[in-house]
Design a protein around this ligand. Structure first.
Ligand code: NAD
Ligand code: IPM
Ligand code: MN
Length: 352
């Protein structure tokens, strides 16, 4: 018997709704195997902050580090809620976890599943993965403001890109491309304007490319990349990009592949020094929270990424097959969050 310790952070809004369904899928996936999942729930997010004033304590962080992996729903309140003004749950909780646990790869796959109605009229075969840098860029919080609130205000956000940080994520992306049938890697940046960071990214990709001669390398400016996401997404295989460009591109990727409710992600620490964290790409969706209508598929597919990361490839594939089968038969039937979750969990048990 292999016991895996899983920290579960349901979070806010639809987070707990979709995590509930993801745990049903996880349960079904490990049933009958020698894998035992020991879950510990952590109550973190906007709701916890409003109740206790805590965002993420040192004790929380230390406890979370003692797990093999983390499953997170979504955190954050309604954008603009004045009660959360001083808290910054996103930075103090989500980004803090990504940074403290050195999740330098933010892995975001996009597949247009058969049966999904894409908003694109002629999408072609969409199957790509965005390798988004996860610990640097404009996300580091290296900024500040002076004369705030006056007409002379200056507000800075500095994008930090280190040779060490860029090289390790680029190397991961090349290895990922090398392991895929098409073996193609596209660097997305904005080297024409962000010349210093752009130059570092470009030179790093050129240097690492020499070690992966089987991988075809391509470059696009981020603005042009958004064009091709809509006009020709099938051209992409592996995309490597910085933290902010990757954030924006992966919401777009969700939208073109049938909706953000299908988009899964993993915040990976490839060295295995810290637990990796799996979560849907979407947020807490305050506009539909509490209605029981959120699509739990992204959270369920995040469980598949989690299982694969932990070396349970068969269980992961079982979840993905069940999701694909469910999606193929979805049509326009409106089902509740738990109806989708139950249907997928039932298939996981019966498809093998
Ligand atoms: P969002 O992703 O929560 O919602 C954007 C739109 O997508 C909304 O219309 C929402 O209803 C829809 N949507 C999202 N998930 C869905 C699902 N599973 N099924 C069906 N529809 C879905 O983005 P937002 O509104 O910009 O952010 C809301 C809050 O979530 C903010 O506080 C934000 O900071 C936070 N957020 C958290 C995470 C995270 O925890 N990883 C990610 C993104 C945003
Ligand atoms: C995401 C989210 C986060 C990000 C926010 C909530 C900090 O949008 O996971 O994509 O920007 O990374
Ligand atoms: Mn995002």
């Amino acid at each position: 018997v292999r016991t895996l310790k899983l920290a579960v952070i349901p979070g806010d809004g639809i987070g707990p709704e979709v995590v509930g369904e993801a745990l049903k899928a996880l349960d079904a996936a490990v049933r009958g195997t020698d894998l035992v999942i020991e879950q510990t729930p952590y109550s973190l997010g906007a709701a916890r902050y409003l109740e206790t004033g805590d965002v993420l304590t040192d004790d929380d962080l230390a406890a979370i580090k003692q797990h093999d992996a983390i499953l997170l729903g979504a955190v954050g309140g309604t954008p603009g809620d004045p009660r959360l003004a001083g808290a910054n749950i996103e930075r103090g909780l989500l980004l803090k976890l990504r940074f403290e646990l050195d999740h330098y790869v933010n892995l975001r796959p996009t597949v247009l599943h058969p049966g999904v109605v894409s908003p694109l009229s002629n999408p072609g075969e969409v199957d790509f993965v965005v390798v988004r840098e996860g610990t640097e860029g404009p996300y580091v919080g290296n900024g500040g403001a002076i004369r705030t609130g006056t007409p002379a205000e200056v507000a800075n956000e500095v994008s930090v890109n280190t040779a060490y940080g860029v090289e390790r994520v680029v190397r991961y992306a090349f290895a990922a491309a090398s392991a895929r049938p098409r073996k193609k890697l596209t660097l997305v940046h904005k080297t024409n304007v962000l010349v210093f960071a752009g130059s570092l990214w470009k030179r790093t990709v050129d240097a690492v490319a020499a070690e992966f001669p089987e991988v075809a390398v391509d470059y696009l400016h981020v603005d042009a990349a958004t064009i091709f996401f809509v006009t020709d997404p099938a051209r992409f295989d592996v995309i490597v990009t910085d933290n902010l460009f990757g954030d924006i591109l992966t919401d777009l990727a969700g939208a073109i592949s049938g909706g953000i409710g299908l988009a899964a992600s993993g915040n990976i620490n490839p060295d295995g020094r810290f637990p990796s964290m799996f979560e849907p790409v979407h947020g807490s969706a305050p506009d539909i929270a509490g209605k029981g209508i959120a699509d739990p598929t992204a959270a369920i597919l995040s469980v598949a990424l989690l299982l694969r990361h932990l070396g349970e490839a068969d269980a992961a594939a079982g979840v993905e097959r069940a999701v694909a089968a469910d999606i193929a038969e979805r049509g326009d039937a409106t089902r509740s969050t738990s109806q989708v979750g139950d249907a997928i969990a039932a298939r996981i048990g019966s498809l093998d």
